[in-house]
Write a protein that binds this ligand. Structure first.
Ligand code: ATP
Length: 318
């Protein structure tokens, strides 16, 4: 029986469990032996392997996080670290390794692929910052978590006629801020992909209050600035009362949405199909509602771009 191992790496995201479940169950249904590697590449180097049967992935579909746990490892970036990992895979007779993680994890998967291990990537990161896929695992759940958090903030902000400046995740990609901004009807979105003028934003907010608004919300992606800095800049350019809020790790929590569960189930199923068809060294994703795949090289050569049209829609809605 051919063996397939699966691991989760980097920051956890809601839907990773659902992806593991789909890979394991489809793999077993198609006659493979399935192995879980605990704690990402660290566990791969430390031989932290477990055999996974159908019932081992029961009751995880609706849980956030990853039951295999995740880790970051600098040692794995070295040749010596990778040698340990490769030796362990050979010792267990494992030919295929599925890596669920973000950009850094893909680099690790590609390093192993270049050294003869058949690897596959699934985009496990809430930031939606992987090229050649419309979504990453957990992004949709995070949008819902952020949208709900903003609903809760609105009540208190309107009681005190304040501007709430909310910082969300996204170092290089403003998708969480932009899309949660649209779903929450916020008044301004500051993201790293577009320039913004704090004086203009402050004037707009002040006009809103003059028109009778009781509160305003400004969304900031962490790559564009901190909530603290933006709040004090708004106070400098207006007489508005502001409150910064950093949503932080709460964004990684929450029960995975139906979308994330279905998306990951489809990719988990697809990766087994690719293994059977001897297509390897690829990362999966979804484009225009189709599950697609591209070589790691193509992913690294591509740029992740924000949806400009969506930004325009936001601008027209404020
Ligand atoms: P997130 O988007 O949530 O941060 P990520 O997968 O990008 O997830 P990283 O910490 O960048 O998270 O990467 C996860 C792990 O992948 C690292 O701890 C390291 O072990 C491995 N890794 C990262 N870059 C490389 C590289 N250039 N070569 C080999 N391995 C790498």
């Amino acid at each position: 029986m051919e063996k397939i191992a699966v691991l989760t790496s980097g920051g956890d995201s809601q839907g990773m469990n659902s992806a593991i479940r789909a890979i394991v169950r489809t793999g077993i249904a198609h006659g493979f032996e399935m192995i879980g590697v605990r704690r990402g590449f660290k566990g791969l180097m430390e031989n932290d392997f477990i055999t996974l049967g159908t019932s081992d992935v029961s009751d995880i579909l609706y849980r956030g996080g990853t039951f295999l746990q995740s880790a970051r490892s600098d040692e794995f970036k070295t040749e010596a670290g990778q040698n340990k990992a490769i030796n362990n895979l050979h010792e267990h007779g494992i030919e295929h390794l599925v890596v669920i993680g973000g950009d850094g994890s893909y680099r690790g998967a590609q390093a192993l692929f270049n050294r003869g291990i058949k690897t596959y990537g699934l985009p496990g990161t809430i930031d939606n910052d992987i090229p050649l896929t419309d979504y990453t695992i957990g992004f949709d759940t995070t949008l819902n978590v952020v949208t709900n958090a903003i609903s809760n903030l609105r009540d208190t902000m309107s009681s005190h006629e304040r501007v709430s400046v909310i910082e969300v995740m996204g170092r290089s990609c403003g998708d969480i801020a932009l899309q949660a901004g649209i779903s929450s009807g916020v008044d301004a979105v500051l993201i790293p992909e577009f320039e913004w003028d704090i004086k203009e934003i402050s004037d707009q907010l002040a006009k809103g209050f003059q028109r009778g608004k009781t509160h305003s919300i400004v969304m900031v992606a962490e790559g564009a600035g901190t909530a603290e800095d933006v709040a004090s800049l708004i106070e400098k350019h207006s007489d508005l009362d502001t409150r910064p809020t950093v949503l932080g790790h709460i964004q990684r929590g929450g029960i995975p949405t139906a979308f994330d569960r279905i998306f990951t189930s489809r990719m988990g199923h697809k990766v087994i199909e690719l293994i059977e068809n001897e297509i390897t060294g690829v990362a999966l994703g979804m484009e225009k509602n189709e599950i697609t795949y591209h070589s790691f090289d193509d992913i690294f050569d591509s740029e992740n771009v924000v949806d400009k049209h969506l930004y325009q829609i936001f601008q027209d809605l404020i």
